[in-house]
Design a protein around this ligand. Structure first.
Ligand SMILES: Nc1ncnc2c1ncn2[C@@H]1O[C@H](COP(=O)(O)OP(=O)(O)OP(=O)(O)O)[C@@H](O)[C@H]1O
Ligand SMILES: [Mg+2]
Length: 297
């Protein structure tokens, strides 16, 4: 199982859209996929046609990541009615707001990781849709992740937010979870021919140069149409939807290339040393580790 968070510290730039697009690509590919809806607005749950039916939500999971609670918080997406496949949602809830502390405890930060260990064998890919802030919820998602995809718009405020996100990821990696990396940035709602957009895209590419991926998604009405109909973009008709779907296929490929490096590094000396604090620890009792761990010192 591999875990990817889709994040930005700025609201409304397209996190949920990108998470749903990647979910659609994974679904079309036959991957067993779980979308974790960490945003109190619950847009990912809505987009995947997952409403209630379950007595529990991710808020219950964060307060008690036990077996029964985790299983009860997961429901099948209505996408399954359009095309067969395996896509589930860990239901979002407005109650997750209670977990969005500016200064979460270490124990809080590991809760989702602990919960995902319970379904480790059930899914190939977990996508986490995070809220637009760097408080407890987003960091809890990041600690459970192998990679983070940053979503940005080609505007000055988004470029600043992407820079902040990158720094926050690096801090978390150094302090707590060495396997964590930014996968890169997807620049969303690009309008071809806009000079301002070209300029900001240049800035973002500079910021994310080197090993990082920079992908682009244009502003397209078809994205909103598919979302409105509660359908995966890969099943939406027309050339425009096919182009959007292709962007997400390529993103998923890039994510999997990067996941391969996680698998390699897990066997490295440094990762083994931190092993109990990384995802290898899933399924183990973490209380004991927290008493003696590097992040606690
Ligand atoms: N490439 C695109 N083309 C057209 N519309 C888009 C595109 N990307 C996002 N949108 C629309 O913009 C709005 C905001 O997108 P979305 O909800 O994905 O952002 P978000 O970052 O998840 O927001 P929040 O911070 O509130 O969680 C939605 O109505 C979505 O349909
Ligand atoms: Mg959202």
């Amino acid at each position: 199982m591999h875990v990817l968070s889709v994040s930005s510290l700025k609201g409304g730039v397209g996190k949920t859209t990108v998470a749903l697009g990647l979910a659609s690509a994974a679904y079309a590919r036959g991957l067993r996929t779980l979308v974790v809806d960490l945003d109190p607005q619950c847009d990912a749950s809505t987009g995947l046609g997952a409403f209630g039916g379950s007595t529990k939500s991710v808020a219950d999971v964060l307060s008690s990541p036990r077996h029964a609670v985790v299983h009860d918080s997961i429901v099948a997406s209505s996408w399954g009615k359009v095309q067969s496949g395996h896509i589930d949602v860990m239901l979002g809830s407005p109650k997750t707001l209670n977990f969005d502390h500016p200064n979460p405890t270490l124990r809080d930060l590991w809760r989702l990781e602990e919960a995902l260990s319970i379904v480790e064998r059930k899914y190939d890919l977990v996508l986490i849709d995070t809220p637009p802030s760097i408080n407890g919820l987003t960091r809890t998602g990041w600690v459970a992740s192998d990679r983070i995809l940053i979503v940005s718009e080609p505007s000055i405020f988004s470029v600043v937010a992407a820079d902040r996100a990158l720094k926050a990821i690096n801090e978390l990696r150094k302090g707590l979870t060495p396997r964590l990396r930014a996968l890169g940035v997807i620049i969303n709602r690009v309008r071809p021919g806009s000079q301002e957009h070209d300029f900001r895209i240049g800035e973002l590419k500079n910021l994310f140069q080197g090993e990082f991926l920079t992908a682009m998604l244009e502003e397209k009405a078809t994205v909103q149409q598919a979302q409105g109909a509660g359908r995966p973009i890969h099943t939406w008709p027309g050339e425009s939807a096919a182009q959007v779907a292709q962007v997400f296929d390529q993103l998923l490929d890039a994510a999997y290339e990067s996941f391969a490096l996680v698998d390699e590094s897990r066997n490295s000396k440094k990762e083994r040393r931190f092993g109990r604090f990384s995802r290898i620890l899933r399924g183990k009792q973490i209380d004991k580790d927290l008493e003696t761990g590097p992040a606690n010192g």
